[in-house]
Design a protein. Structure first.
Lengths: 132, 132
DNA sequence: GCTTGACCTTCCAGTGACTGGAAGCCTTAT
DNA sequence: ATAAGGCTTCCAGTCACTGGAAGGTCAAGC
């Protein structure tokens, strides 16, 4: 199977698949003309990677997860730990964004959004801290 | 004022301040020995940038916001539009993360996390789509 | 047999917003 | 005189791709 078919079937851009090969996540065979020749196992791996990435796992986590997936002597504890750590990161990011959202939405609501220059958003950003 | 003092007073790393100069967000004077000489206005700008960045505005938005801040003929509508757009981005990111969080936390809860290899997380990632 | 178009290949550069580190100059205190 | 600490520039690396150029390959149609 050529890269175009794999791209279509996995939903990953061809560029991304080449990149994954470059960093050693997949090792497709090559045909005589130099084209990558993907087998079903490669396709399966790439689909796995696509789903792991869609859950936001960093590439190195994906690499580890893939190794664990293929390792029959793994323990689910190893997998769970990675996932829990990642869940923590997600929670941290959500909290950060919600904090930003809170501040920003208050400011946006307070801003008239008209032709005048007065703007609580800029006032807040330009605020001089009181006291020396 | 030298970069170290500015760093301390704005909370921005010196590296970041130099980077902001490089991309033209601030233009500190220089003393005879080549050191950056920051004035109060520079400090004020950098503090503004620090707060805008803390709200997650991309650098180019920060640049525009700073220009508007210094432009007496601005309208609050211009500012509000940038802020609203950014708020939309934040909401999108939160939604993405919450979606990931939902899937992932379900999987984590379903995973025993013990010494056995059976793992719903890996099973889900490796899932083969049914049908040909 | 030739052309056309759709594939495929590699390689290089750019993204965003820094961050780390090396090599070297300047200042201040001892 | 020297040592510590601060400052300078410049280059490379981060993360996970993405865009684009230049060129090879293949299948279909004439």
């Amino acid at each position: 199977m050529n890269i175009g078919d794999v791209s279509e079937r996995t939903g990953l851009p061809a560029k991304t698949i080449r990149y994954y090969e470059e960093i050693g996540l997949v090792r497709p065979a090559r045909t005589a003309n130099g084209y990558r020749a993907f087998r079903e196992t490669d396709l399966h791996k790439l689909a796995f990677l696509g789903r792991a990435r869609a859950l936001g796992f960093p590439i190195e986590d994906c690499r580890t997860l893939l190794q664990l997936y293929e390792d029959e002597t793994r323990t689910s504890a190893e997998v769970k730990e990675i996932a829990q750590h990642h869940l923590g990161e997600i929670d941290r990011k959500i909290a950060d964004l919600q904090e930003m959202r809170g501040t920003l939405s208050t400011l946006v609501e307070a801003c008239a959004g008209d032709h005048r220059p007065d703007c609580p958003i800029l006032e807040s950003l330009g605020e001089t801290v009181e006291g020396r």
